[in-house]
Design a binder for this molecule. Structure first.
Ligand code: PEP
Ligand code: MG
Length: 928
């Protein structure tokens, strides 16, 4: 396209001729637009169209609709003229109409979260033109009714009026099928469809109070602006929050000439994956429908057919369909249209090789002519993510760095979670079988509506089919079961992305939303009944089934070893039991970064002794109780230190406010009174005396050790005696004693002196010694400001980012749930700062404390032990500011190892990663 010099370019053309863009322009054109341009550069048949840039979306949000439409007018008109020329049709013509699709497309694909409008340009005149041109009235009316339905839903917001009600358009279609006595919409003829268009338009007029728009240009601008609007719809905002996609990225809008899969027996639409998205196996697979548009394949309105013959046979076995029936009713594309299949097969191989990653493809066949509509890096399960990278690496197609950057660290956790216990599964009753849409095991109580997914603590969301509105509920539920839909249905794709167990298309289950029941043959299950899903086999079981540990594959080890090769930051675990330590070691922990000793006091005799200490009225009484606790505490610490032999173990002294050890309800208070041989009044009085307005800002952390030095003394003795005793067993330990909640240097000085005095005493008593460190948590903003002074007294710093976030923001850790979701929804915060480190604010405090601490001691050991230690973008930040280690819960260790490796790679390849690995969609996380 010829443009004036220095003009801002907002529109880029592609397809069937000169193309303005390429895959490298993902940030500007979105993933879909950039890949359409790239395919057209590769000579792959792509219907012509144009992309309106993501930057225009930002302008739209700032300047508003009218201004942006006027800015776009000239370029869009020019681009439409190019499409018309390349297609030989005219937009808005009654005789030879050019129909368009309008789709969203951000930098990272957000499947189903934003809006799409197909068949745009249809009206009462163009439908006649289309009939005259194609000689196919059924096709023309079908296209028209699809347009009205989609435009009405997306642009005019016409739909169901309550959640229990059916969508009015679906209801009309059902009525037509019933009247005609047919099962499928393809069995409706032109007369039915024509009448349906009028019925649809009537529904629109009733709901909107205005006639359905007939002018194609009005339709086009309304659709373009609706797509821009959909960037800010609640489900897109929620999805962005989940995947940490910045609002500033915006969405592009792709306007493209329609090609039609619904033109009869030699037309169709399909979705395919170059490899198996569930297992990662190198098997080309996918689904298609004859005489259908793409939406039909993914929405589950008809059972989709398999593309390959092998896939088709496998599907038939799973679905219980005989070979004869399969051949007649559900033949593969390979059998039905062998030449088109060949073209598709060549294209998929070309695209996978070009992008060097598994591709997710959309195609349409219009009267035998093959068109590609989309290619993108396919969403995949964690198992597939690992396997694909390892296979591409061993085939020499990618290098180690790329194999690592292809991993989405937070996804890897899926591989570590339990699967069904083999024995339990043998005796479980299979209720139904569906498609194994997303692997894993899930057990929960049935709910039917996404907004009720939190009704029980473990739920299975059961839907006829899911839609993007269900996203939040799908995220909350333990698993998802749908009656309709294939492997590429919304439920399947979204669940795989989330790593959530999902069984889709379990056709034998009959769902009644009204009665809140599932009927399977003669069995009726109600809301609240327990069921279990095996997302790997597609089985649906009755009742609750026991889980067992997952087994890690050799491919997983390969990726983890690579991560260890490239990362420079160490990874430790937050753990306090031998079992947690074993898990931590299994997942690659290089030490314990936080052993919260209070977690060791919450049961059995330990709790009794702590309570005895709390109930004591003087120091003598407290010391007596602590003396009884000492040997037990020492043994517990020995177990942890033994499990972590030769590795550092950071043991934090008692931190929580003491009221946490005493029951607050009368029944348990009575029980405690009996157990402790004191009156109920004594307990109640103690509870009263421990009451604080803001316990998190109250008598806790080092303040306990300052006011009751005997607690610190007992813990220091227990730690060091444990280490000495293990030494005599020949076990080397590296205890690191950590003083919590330091706000002044004097607090640390006093506590450290106390600890050191006791340790020296124990060394003298035992005539033996061990190595140890005394350091502190940095979790109060004041500590960050005076970190250079604190460093003089500390052997190490460990950032307690939970408290630092709490005190830095002034948000209570325990109450922020009341307003944080609204803050995120309103865009005040990008994500929950207790999960994803707020680098802009809290990050500055951390960076400052690191610089100040190291200004005194350049070798000062620094780590993080708040929840953020297992969050990928926070781990990257920790790497950037030069921390020595991150510490997180055992199951998140592989995430942290991968994130640390990616952070190191990104730093080593400064500002090139995005270009070098431009085809990688998700791995390069946004700076927050
Ligand atoms: C923290 O504050 O980040 C921390 C790790 O300690 P806790 O969560 O136990 O307060
Ligand atoms: Mg803390």
């Amino acid at each position: 396209m010829v443009r004036p010099k220095n003009a801002i370019v907002r529109v880029y053309s592609f397809g069937n001729g000169a193309t303005d863009g390429s895959a490298a322009m993902k940030n500007l054109l979105g993933s879909k637009g950039a890949n359409l341009a790239e395919m057209s550069n590769l000579g792959i048949p792509v219907p012509p169209g144009f992309t309106i840039t993501t930057e225009t979306c930002l302008e739209y949000n700032q300047l508003g609709k009218d201004k942006v439409v006027s800015l776009l007018m000239a370029e869009v008109k020019l681009a439409i003229a190019t499409v018309e020329k390349r297609m030989g049709t005219t937009f808005g013509s009654d005789e030879n109409p050019c129909l368009l699709s309008v789709r969203s497309g951000s930098r990272i694909s957000m499947p189903g979260m934003m809006d799409t409008i197909l068949n745009l340009g249809m009206n009462d005149n163009s439908v006649e033109g289309l009939i005259a041109k194609t000689g196919n009235p059924r096709f023309a009316w079908d296209t028209y009714r699809r347009f009205v339905q989609m435009f009405a839903g997306v642009v005019l917001n016409v739909g169901a009026t309550s959640k229990e009600d059916q969508n009015p358009f679906e209801e009309i279609i059902e009525r037509y099928k019933k009247n005609k006595g047919v099962d499928l919409d393809v069995e409706l003829d032109a007369v039915d469809l024509k009448q349906m268009v009028f019925d649809f338009k009537a529904v629109c007029e009733v709901q909107t109070g205005a006639p359905f728009p007939e002018n194609p240009w009005d339709q086009l601008w309304a659709s373009i602006t609706a797509v821009f609007d959909s960037w800010m719809n609640p489900r897109a905002i929620y999805y962005r929050g989940m995947h940490q996609i910045p609002e500033e990225w915006g969405t592009a809008v792709n306007v493209q000439a329609m090609v039609f899969g619904n033109m009869g027996g030699t037309s169709g639409s399909g979705v395919a994956f170059t490899r198996d998205a569930s297992t990662g196996e190198n098997i080309f697979n996918g689904e298609y429908l004859i005489n259908a548009q793409g939406e039909d394949v993914v929405s589950g309105v008809r059972t989709p057919q398999q593309i390959t013959l092998t896939g088709s046979k496998k599907w038939a076995t799973l679905a219980g369909v005989s070979e004869e029936n399969r051949k007649i009713k559900y033949p593969s594309l390979e059998e039905l249209l062998p030449n088109t299949f060949k073209e598709l097969n060549t294209t998929q191989a070309l695209l996978e090789r070009h992008y060097n990653d598994m591709q997710d493809l959309e195609f349409t066949i219009q009267e035998g002519k093959f068109w590609m509509l989309q290619t993108r890096n396919g969403k995949r399960t964690a198992a597939a993510m690992v396997k694909i990278a390892v296979e591409l690496l061993s085939a020499g197609l990618i290098d180690e760095k790329r194999a690592l950057l292809m991993q989405e660290p937070s996804k890897i956790e899926e591989l570590l979670h339990p699967v069904f216990d083999n024995e339990a599964i043998k005796v479980a009753e299979v209720l139904a079988k569906g498609l194994p849409a997303s692997p894993g095991a899930a057990t929960g109580q049935i709910v039917f509506f996404a907004d009720e997914a939190h009704k029980y603590s473990d739920t299975i969301l059961v839907r006829i089919e899911t839609s993007p509105e269900d996203l939040e509920g799908m995220n909350i539920a333990k698993g998802i079961l749908t009656a309709r839909g294939g492997m590429t249905s919304h439920a399947a794709v979204v669940a795989r992305g989330m790593g959530k167990c999902c069984v889709s298309g379990a056709e034998k289950i009959n769902i009644s939303y009204k009665n809140r029941t599932i009927t399977i043959g003669s069995q009726i299950l109600n809301e609240g009944d327990w069921i279990s899903l095996n997302g790997t086999t597609g089985e649906v079981y009755k009742g609750k089934i026991k889980n067992k540990e997952a087994e890690l594959s050799a491919d997983f080890d390969t990726i983890m070893n690579l991560a260890d090769k490239y990362r420079t930051m160490r990874v430790r675990a937050n753990a306090e039991t031998p079992r947690e330590c074993q898990n931590a070691l299994k997942f690659g922990a290089e030490g314990i970064g936080l052993c919260r000793t209070e977690h060791m006091f919450f049961e059995g005799e330990r709790l009794i002794r702590i309570r005895e200490m709390i109930l004591s009225t003087d120091e003598i009484g407290r010391r007596e109780a602590l003396n009884k606790l000492l040997p037990i505490h020492k043994n517990d610490l020995k177990d942890v230190l033994r499990a972590m032999k030769n590795l550092p173990v950071t043991i934090r002294l008692l931190d929580p406010p003491l009221h946490e050890f005493i029951p607050h309800d009368i029944i348990n208070q009575k029980e405690m009174a009996l157990e402790m041989h004191v009156s109920l009044e004594t307990i109640i009085q103690k509870v009263e005396s421990l009451k604080e307005f803001n316990p998190m800002l109250g008598h806790r952390g080092c303040r306990l050790g300052i006011t009751y030095p005997e607690i610190t003394e007992m813990q220091a003795r227990a730690i060091i005696e444990a280490a000495l005793e293990l030494k005599t067993e020949g076990i080397t330990t590296y205890p690191e004693i950590m003083i919590p909640l330091i706000g002044t240097v004097k607090e640390l000085k006093l506590q450290k002196q106390l600890v050191k005095n006791i340790i020296e005493k124990v060394f003298a008593e035992k005539a033996n010694s061990v190595q140890y460190l005394v350091g502190t948590m940095i979790e109060i903003p004041r500590a960050c400001l005076i970190a250079n002074e604190i460093a003089k007294e500390a052997d190490f710093f460990s950032f307690g980012t939970n408290d630092l976030t709490q005190m830095g923001f002034g948000y209570s850790r325990d109450d922020a749930g009341k307003f944080l979701p609204i803050y995120i929804e309103k865009g005040i915060l990008k994500s929950d700062p207790f999960q994803v480190l707020d680098q802009e604010g809290i990050g500055q405090l951390i960076e400052m404390a690191t610089i100040k601490g190291r200004s005194y001691d350049p070798t000062l050991k620094i780590g993080i032990c708040g929840e953020h230690g297992g969050d990928p973008s926070s781990v990257e930040f920790c790497h950037q500011i030069g921390m020595d280690y991150v510490s997180c819960s055992p199951f998140r260790i592989p995430i942290a190892r991968l994130a640390a490796a990616q952070a190191a790679l990104k730093q080593r390849l400064p500002n090139q990663v995005e270009n070098l690995y431009s085809c990688i969609e998700k791995e390069i996380s946004a700076p927050i």
